[in-house]
Design a protein around this ligand. Structure first.
Ligand code: SF4
Length: 363
């Protein structure tokens, strides 16, 4: 925990408790940081000021970009459409393999280059032809109040919102966040508490609770992502247990993205994930009843194509972020009529794989 920087913007929050010993505990995530005046939590962006927990990154972003929705990744949510994506700074996990460490580990407020109100973000999404806004690059759990306000402003303009999150959150804030959004990709980083503890400085249990809750008790469209790291979370037994759990507790219709690791941040001693590992993981998932298992971060059109789980017809062809064949009519297989779970329109979007940086507010 560190001292706050004078002059930092401080937005009020409500998920905290005053403790008997004089400290104030943040109740947003299982870390339960107990803070003295002037201290910041482990996520760095929630701090104690004036006897309360405040959010120091409200209204400020590390930058906006229009991305393909497939990049979040979401395969069954408005395929082919552009999504206005942004993050803030900080994170409540400390994954050694972090792929966005320049943002998640940021201690510099100048990382937050682009200021934007929720209304300005919704307006920018409309202006750029986006169908949704994504809270991504770092975890919206830690900028909950900003994410919820942005989602509300977007809803008012007919724009949906998407959270890309590790799901490391307490039940109350969880319900507030997932009550405001339309789709989520939750990281299931591994299926052992040991991995979460040693590699991410967290715990597995709260993540499983989040996944089970979102799948069964909300209207949020849910997909899962697991980054497979050679020798750490890619063993047959672990993948077998993980995918069995997903089918049993979240259901066979929740898509799983099994993606390739590239050496980054504090984990440069591991090789990239071999394509054969992704194929093996996908086969285990499918064998255990996961109806939509995809490979990611590799060139693998077959492993990224959506097929009807009943008749095997191609529903959505993919090559990376580019869509190919389209075999859906009213969200059903054009060949056999079986429903494909997800959020679909009559035709796919045509955004392709483009990435377009967008400037919204003054720094
Ligand atoms: S959200 Fe941040 S301050 Fe709150 S408990 Fe989690 S790490 Fe600590």
């Amino acid at each position: 925990m560190e001292r706050t920087v004078n002059g930092t913007a401080a937005h009020p929050t409500r998920w905290w408790t005053r403790l008997d010993d004089g400290r104030v505990r943040c109740d947003v995530c299982p870390r339960a940081c107990a803070l003295h005046e002037g201290q910041r939590g482990l996520c760095f962006v929630r701090a104690r000021e004036g006897g309360a927990i405040v959010l120091t990154t409200y209204g400020r972003s590390s930058g906006f970009c229009v991305d393909p929705i497939e990049k979040k990744p979401l395969a069954h949510f408005l395929p082919g459409t552009p999504v206005l994506s942004f993050g803030t700074a900080g994170c409540n996990l400390a994954c050694r393999f972090c792929q966005n460490w320049d943002i998640s580990k940021s201690r510099e407020t100048d990382t937050l280059a682009d200021a934007a109100t929720p209304e300005a973000i919704a307006e920018a999404a409309v202006r750029t032809g986006c169908r949704s806004v994504a809270f991504t690059y770092n975890d919206p759990v830690i900028f909950l109040e900003y994410a919820v306000d942005v989602a509300a402003a977007c809803r008012a303009r007919g724009i949906r919102s998407v959270a890309v999150t590790a799901g490391y959150v307490e039940p109350g804030p969880r319900d507030e966040l997932f009550g405001a959004i339309d789709a989520a990709n939750v990281d299931l980083k591994a299926f052992t508490d040991d991995f979460y503890h040693r590699v991410c400085a967290g715990r597995l249990g709260p993540v499983l609770e989040t996944i089970e809750h979102v799948a069964n008790a909300t209207g949020v469209w849910l997909e899962l992502t697991t980054l497979l790291i050679p020798g750490l979370n890619d063993g047959d037994a672990e993948l077998d247990a993980m995918t069995r759990w997903v089918v049993e507790h979240a259901g066979p219709d929740v898509p799983m993205h099994l993606t390739a690791f590239h050496p980054d941040w504090r984990m440069r001693d591991r090789p990239p994930t071999p394509p054969a590992t992704l194929a093996r993981a996908r086969a285990i998932a499918v064998g255990n009843g996961v109806r939509y298992a995809y490979t990611g971060n590799v060139h693998d059109p077959e492993g990224q194509t959506t097929r009807c789980h009943r008749c095997g017809a191609t529903l959505i062809g993919r090559d990376g972020y580019e869509l190919g064949a389209w075999g859906l009519v009213d969200g059903r297989c054009a060949a056999c009529g079986e429903r494909c779970p997800g959020v679909f329109e009559d035709l796919p979007g045509g955004w392709g794989s483009r990435r377009l940086p967008v400037r919204i507010g003054a720094p």
